[in-house]
Design a protein around this ligand. Structure first.
Ligand code: LMR
Length: 353
């Protein structure tokens, strides 16, 4: 959990943090069987952020040690670690401005993200229940897989508790964008991938991931003979890492970067910086501009570029109006997969085993 800092934000567009905009910014909460996975590098990045005043770590093991270690870094954030004893999750989440959830188990080779559902769904549900109780206004960033289902679970839990605000619940799909930037830059011969904006929409798993290369800015030419392989690499980039780690888990460092990148943008936007947009997997009907996109696609949970601001998701940007025929095909396949993933999450939230 993080409390936001009130220090001015450097560059980005320009504006400064509003004086009283920030208190507790994000909570790097985790519950993980892999304590050195995403949570530690994510916590390190958050600890280094001048936007974070307080960083509260929660896990079933190791957080006091990790917090003590981080606390020696001479940056702004006060860092604390909590374990399940003494209602640790509640203490860590209490009044957080942002709660980031990378909880759960990672994939092994041969597994899909959906194979993690049985374990991770219950973990995420439990954490969201705590968040609903002690930090009902927090921005919640869900990293735990399968994101396509854990975000619908989170929404249903928050609804049941009467505190759901779709503008404040985000499935983190940033790693797909980060990968797309990297892979497109390689093919297009760009030396700085971060100068590219590569929209990736849909979900966060295999064929539900839809890169829109026709919408890259500044525009790039993807040779026809490289298109399919590039789409495949963005869709299955996670598998590439799972395979390379050979049983030791999935992406953790690039995921930590992605989670941090999204959290940092949200913190800046919440503090008044304008013009910040990043795709995220949201409940479209609850986000301004999203209802029409949900009607077009036929799914309520979907990742599109989101304009971020003090209320969180200020606007869902409709980017699917004039996509190419190839992209339309990718979109259709994605929607079919997403429908099943979303239903599975919603059903679980209503009838947990
Ligand atoms: C990723 O995209 O790398 C993560 O979702 C982890 C995974 O299971 O692939």
């Amino acid at each position: 959990a993080i409390r936001r800092s009130q220090r001015p934000v450097k560059p980005e567009p320009e504006p400064k943090l509003r004086g009283n905009a920030a208190k507790k910014a994000a909570a790097a909460k985790h519950l993980s069987t892999d304590a050195i996975g995403t949570p530690q590098p994510l916590s390190l990045l958050l600890k280094l952020s001048p936007l974070v005043n307080e960083l509260a770590l929660y896990d079933v093991v190791n957080t006091p040690g990790v917090a003590a270690d981080l606390s020696h870094i001479s940056s702004n954030a006060k860092t604390t670690g909590y374990l399940p004893a003494n209602d640790g999750a509640k203490a860590a989440f209490k009044d957080a401005d942002i709660i980031i959830i990378p909880a759960g188990i990672p994939r092994k080779p041969g597994m899909s993200r959906d194979d993690l559902f049985n374990i991770n769904a219950g973990i995420v549900k439990g954490l969201i229940e705590v968040a609903a109780e002690v930090a009902p206004k927090a921005f919640i960033l869900v990293i735990s897989n399968p994101v396509n289902s854990t975000v619908p679970i989170s929404a249903e839990v928050l609804k049941a508790k009467g505190v759901f605000n779709a503008q404040r619940l985000f499935g983190v799909t940033t790693l797909d964008i980060v990968r797309a930037e990297t892979f497109v830059a390689e093919i297009a011969g760009k030396s700085n991938p971060q100068e590219l904006t590569v929209p990736v929409i849909g979900g966060h798993s295999g064929e539900t991931i839809v890169p829109l290369f026709s919408k890259v800015t500044p525009s790039v030419k993807i040779p026809d003979d490289k298109y399919d392989a590039l789409v495949n690499r963005v869709q299955f980039g996670g598998d590439e890492v799972v395979k390379a780690k050979d049983g030791a888990g999935s992406a953790t460092l690039s995921m930590a970067y992605a989670g941090y990148r999204f959290a940092e943008k949200l913190l800046k936007a919440a503090a008044g910086v304008k013009g910040l947009v990043e795709p995220s997997y949201v409940y479209l009907p609850g986000v301004p501009g999203g209802k029409e996109i949900a009607e077009k696609t036929g799914v309520d949970f979907f990742s599109v570029p989101i304009e971020l601001g003090p209320n969180g998701a200020e606007k869902a940007v409709d980017i699917i109006g004039d996509i190419t025929d190839k992209e339309k095909k990718l979109l259709d396949t994605a929607v079919t997969g997403l429908k099943g993933n979303i239903k599975k999450g919603v059903d679980f939230a209503h009838n947990p085993p």
